[in-house]
Design a protein around this ligand. Structure first.
Ligand code: SAH
Length: 346
């Protein structure tokens, strides 16, 4: 079986190239063709001897991705892509524009196992993990197609990044490699539903990225209803891992909280959050819950602002996330699911 060359780090690639009897510097040249010039074929690598280009195509393949749909928002600069991989699976990538530049929301799995009640990605279940090259291609292809440079990346698309730990950490190394795309991991956020054991492991890498933790409820009873993962790692275990992460990396954590009217926005929810998070070096990001077809969860702007006020008064550092791409259903998981339902009924 041929090797996926776009998933190979420079170290692995060098070992393989020297193993084929070529000199070390060739690996760097090839890496540049793949990650800077972003060619699709070996034949385009014009500074590599022709005979070696043929040998390369016998040993390796260059992965690719196809755009199936592109939705552009009329209200802001949000663009949403539905991509297809070579095995026919689909994923979504969203390009957003904030004051500080373009941010790209990347998916890490085909589907998701985590089963969060409010999340569209959970409805169809899990299919498979994405490989490092499949995540990279979401960045490379979106940048190429849109002509816009991604200033930051958020691993907040479909899937649970820490459940695909090895591939995601490989992707982070590739995207930040100074010989390649060279993106500072300071501009990367990784969002997790709270796999505490993996948070400990991630801390060991000292990536410098921002860890976002999806909290969404402040009692175990409510959180377990909304997020089944809470039955494996409850709130105290999760916060213990978060404290460890902050201590080990020196980075503050961002807690995500999708505010759902009448579900998690009461006075006691606010008081509970203040009690839980006080003293932790963190920031709370309130998200007006995005509607999905299968649930009647909704956001109430006024209640959300008053919830936000209570948290601020209680000493927490709070922001409310702007809703982008509202007209194109930009919340993750919705486009992929609609497309697959339609395809089935044809
Ligand atoms: N699995 C990861 C990342 C994917 S989702 C995680 O759980 O963090 C990225 C963020 O969007 C998470 O905070 C997730 O809980 C939130 N989210 C999912 N569905 C949502 C919805 N309908 N409305 C608002 N936020 C949602």
């Amino acid at each position: 079986m041929k090797t996926d060359i776009l998933s190979c780090g420079i170290g692995t690639l060098t070992d393989k190239i020297t193993g084929m009897g070529e000199q070390k510097f060739r690996a760097r040249q090839i890496y540049e063709w793949l990650h800077i010039r972003k060619v699709y074929t070996f034949i385009e690598m014009s500074n590599i001897p022709l005979s070696f280009r043929t040998k390369l195509s016998d040993e390796f393949y260059i992965n690719s991705i196809n755009i199936i749909r592109k939705l552009e928002s009329c209200i802001d600069n949000t663009v949403k892509y539905l991509y297809e991989y070579n095995d026919g699976n689909h994923t979504e990538t969203v390009l957003m524009n904030y004051n500080h530049g373009n941010s790209l929301c990347v998916s890490t799995q085909i589907g998701c196992k985590m089963g969060c009640r409010f999340c569209a990605s959970a409805i169809k279940g899990f299919e498979r993990n994405l490989t490092p090259s499949e995540m990279l291609l979401q960045v490379y292809e979106t940048e190429r197609e849109s002509g816009r440079h991604a200033d930051s990346i958020v691993l907040m698309g479909i899937g649970e990044p820490l459940e695909n730990f090895d591939n995601v950490t490989e992707f982070l190394k590739l995207i930040s490699d100074e010989n390649g795309r060279n993106m500072s991991l300071r501009h990367v956020s990784l969002s997790t539903c709270g796999l505490a054991d993996k948070i400990y492991e991630l801390a060991g890498y000292r990536f410098g990225l921002t860890l976002s933790v999806s909290l969404h409820a402040v009692t175990d009873e409510k959180r377990s209803q909304l997020m089944p993962v809470n039955k494996s790692y409850n709130i105290q275990e999760l916060l213990k891992a978060c404290r460890y992460y902050i201590e080990k990396t020196g980075r503050r954590i961002s807690f995500e909280y999708a505010v759902i009217s009448g579900v998690n926005d009461s006075d006691s929810d606010a008081a509970g959050m203040i009690g839980l998070l006080r003293g932790i070096n963190c920031h709370v990001n309130l998200i007006p819950v995005n509607k999905i077809k299968e649930r009647d969860y909704r956001a109430d702007r006024k209640a959300l602002m008053s919830f936000s006020d209570k948290l601020s008064k209680g000493g927490l550092n709070v922001t409310v996330r702007r809703t982008l791409g509202a007209d194109i259903n930009a919340a993750c998981g919705q486009l992929r699911r609609e497309y697959e339902v339609k395809k089935k009924s044809l």
